[in-house]
Design a protein around this ligand. Structure first.
Ligand code: FAD
Length: 290
């Protein structure tokens, strides 16, 4: 088990994100994915958290299972929306008891249905970062938004609040984006505010046209015209995947050239695109599973 802060101090990290499965079949499929990706020896993996606590037990169970049963260091995502101080204390105690030391502190998104709104003692991710810092045991990550968070009123405000968060936290992982210049600009803007903590770019390989375009719209990530045109010319899902993997490989290579301290892959609980990108980049691949 390793603290991400220490892994980053030693060198580049390569990491994967999973979400907690909802059904037994999805659980089995994720088990296979984890077994396949474990052979790539990721530096760490992270597990998402349903805002408002909708995956509270499932996130905790997956993170603590990985801590116990695999060789991979897990990081638990945690959001402030819908949580009281008591809730957060309880969740953090469970992680301390299980030996989990890495937490990604997030704002989370407010529920769309007013019936799901629950009282919250926290408003912004930085409130949660304060709590984690006071606990003293955790390596703390936060989210960064290269193309500016959709709720930020300006780029300047976005960067100032992010810098405030990063003065306390240890590192950031970015929202996905498709052009390296967004990442480079983010790092430069943070440097101008005196922040030199590691900013790990988040990578989302296109494996399915409609899904990525929808997610890009939700996250505010601009979809590049040339990639859209290449994808528009193909219909076969295998061709879409191939183009997506090529584009993601190119993006990763540019980010590594630009000095990124690591790469974090949004896997959507599947292994094959990530394994292909790993192979294309010349990173070690041991598994031949599909
Ligand atoms: P914050 O840092 O709280 O920022 C949200 C907005 O508030 C920004 O516009 C910011 O500029 C502004 N702001 C911050 N501080 C202040 C302040 N003091 N005063 C006024 N305005 C302020 N969501 C989930 O629900 N579960 C997950 O597991 C999850 N994982 C994610 C992983 C990564 C790597 C990323 C990038 C995002 C993830 N998200 C997840 C989405 C995230 O919760 C949303 O993007 C959310 O809207 C913002 O989260 P944040 O941590 O950036 O929030």
């Amino acid at each position: 088990m390793a603290r991400i802060t220490e892994l980053l101090a030693r060198g580049r990290t390569f990491s994967f994100e999973f979400f907690p499965p909802k059904t037994d079949a999805a659980q089995l499929s994720l088990g296979r994915t984890i077994a396949e990706l474990e052979t790539l020896h990721p530096s760490f993996v992270s597990v998402t958290y349903g805002a408002g606590g909708s995956t509270r037990e499932r996130t905790r169970d997956l993170v603590t299972w990985m801590r116990r049963e695999t060789t991979i260091s897990p990081m638990a995502h945690l959001t402030c929306v819908g949580h009281t101080r008591g809730d957060i204390e309880e969740i953090l105690q469970a992680y301390v008891d299980a030996g989990v030391e890495n937490i990604l502190a997030l704002g989370g998104d407010p529920p769309t249905d007013p019936a799901d709104v629950r009282p919250s003692d926290y408003r912004f991710a930085s409130d949660l970062v304060h709590e984690l810092q006071a606990a003293g045991q955790f390596s703390i990550g936060v989210a960064a938004h290269p193309e500016v968070h959709p709720r930020s009123s300006s780029r300047t405000e976005d960067r100032e609040f992010l810098a405030q968060k990063l003065r306390l936290a240890d590192f950031a992982i970015t929202q996905f984006f498709f052009e390296a210049e967004h990442y480079v600009r983010l790092v430069e803007e943070l440097a101008a505010l005196g922040i030199d903590k590691p900013i790990i770019p988040g990578i989302m390989p296109v494996t399915n046209k409609s899904q990525v375009q929808r997610m890009a719209e939700m996250s505010g990530a601009a979809f590049p015209q040339d990639l859209a045109e290449r994808l528009a010319k193909v219909d076969d899902p295998e061709d879409v995947r191939r183009i997506g993997v090529e584009a993601a490989t190119e993006l990763c290579a540019q980010l590594l050239d630009a000095g990124a301290p690591g790469l974090h892959f949004y896997t959507l609980n599947r292994s094959s695109a990530t394994r292909e990108i790993y192979a294309n980049l010349g990173l070690p691949v041991v598994s031949s599973a599909t």
